[in-house]
Write a protein that binds this ligand. Structure first.
Ligand code: FE
Length: 348
């Protein structure tokens, strides 16, 4: 093809794209694994400020990734909101995202809380953080015996530990972080020890593990911080009763810090309106939006200048805690290797 014809074709297709984008620029299709009232308020604020309407499709992380794959180039999705680094990493590896170029997002979101930069941009950005903390029964366990992740695999905690499935993304991310900190040999030993310490076969979600500590079925469990904050903020008597049955510890305060995970956003690979999609994600990273976005699920904002106003989180962490500084992208990248280890040692 001659250079002139190619240039003409490019110009023509660029014109066509402009027309398509123009026709759709007043709407964004959001596939979201988050569904909170505060998020709703944020979306209507965005619409008010920009005239761009948000159409939301709700599903969980795995459902959204499956749907994007099935829809392929015909997907109407523009913005993707997921609630775990391992899932965001999976979407990236599977080519479901369109890399973002945004100096604003690069300035707002710490490098540690976003995908590694490629030549064509950054695949996803964290928008809020959650800590993976330890919950324990203080009548059965001493705090100093469970205040590091390493100790959960120590024989002194035999028969005490409850955990959701090792293959759940929250645990794949935690284990990916352990692989980063311990190296493969020590990490596999740690997993073996953790498995040997289980009070029961993994089942249920994080809140089920907390309930199992409260009921005495286990003495120690691991949970994302927001599940505990939800219980703390609940007006229900049964939740308050549950709260009185366990203590929370932010592990590894004397070493590398507590494991952090993120909720984050990406632009869909086949978005017809990528500029508006980026504009929307930039809006979610703005100081005004950050507090509401994080608070909607009792999380911490990613933007360093924005402080949480969530009293439950303040009370739980004693105001501040030491978080690990390993890039979440590195942790997410370990998930396949971690799953192979889990399979090898028969950790469900
Ligand atoms: Fe969750």
């Amino acid at each position: 093809m001659s250079r002139v014809i190619r240039a003409l074709l490019l110009a023509a297709s660029a014109g066509l794209l402009t027309t398509l984008a123009g026709a759709q620029s007043n709407e964004l299709n959001l596939y979201s694994a988050r569904h909170y009232q505060t998020d709703e308020a944020l979306y209507s604020q965005f619409t008010k400020a920009t005239g761009i309407k948000i159409n939301r499709v709700d599903a969980d992380d795995a459902g959204i990734l499956a749907r994007l794959k099935a829809e392929g180039t015909a997907s109407p999705a523009d913005v993707i909101l997921l609630v775990d680094a391992a899932r965001l990493g999976k979407g990236q590896v599977e080519g479901l995202f369109r890399p973002i170029k945004s100096p604003l997002l690069e300035a707002a979101v710490p490098a540690q809380l976003r995908a590694a930069a490629g030549s064509d941009g950054i695949a996803w950005f964290g928008l809020s953080t959650r800590a993976r903390v330890v919950v324990y029964d203080k009548t059965r366990v001493k705090r100093e015996d469970v205040d590091t992740y390493e100790e959960l695999a120590d024989p002194k905690n035999k028969g005490r530990v409850c955990l959701r499935s090792g293959s759940h993304p929250y645990n794949l991310s935690l284990f990916g972080s352990m692989l980063e900190h311990l190296g493969p040999a020590k990490m596999e030993n740690w997993l073996q020890g953790l498995k040997a310490n289980l009070a029961r076969a993994p089942k249920g979600g994080d809140t089920d593990q907390i309930r199992a500590v409260a009921s005495g079925e286990c003495a120690v469990a691991i949970s994302n911080s927001y599940y505990i904050a939800r219980l703390m903020r609940s007006g229900q008597a049964q939740d308050q009763a549950l709260m009185s049955k366990f203590e929370v510890v932010f592990p590894n305060q004397q070493s590398w810090g507590t494991h952090l995970n993120i909720a984050g956003a990406a632009v869909a690979r086949h978005s017809k309106n990528p500029q508006a999609a980026i504009q929307f994600i930039e809006y979610l990273a703005s100081p005004q939006a950050q507090t509401y976005f994080a608070d909607g699920n009792n999380e911490w904002p990613v933007v360093a200048s924005v402080k949480t106003t969530n009293a439950a989180l303040q009370a739980m962490s004693g105001g501040a805690f030491k978080a690990e500084t390993v890039p979440v992208a590195q942790v997410a990248a370990h998930q396949v290797r971690v799953q192979q280890m889990l399979d090898r040692i028969g950790f469900r």
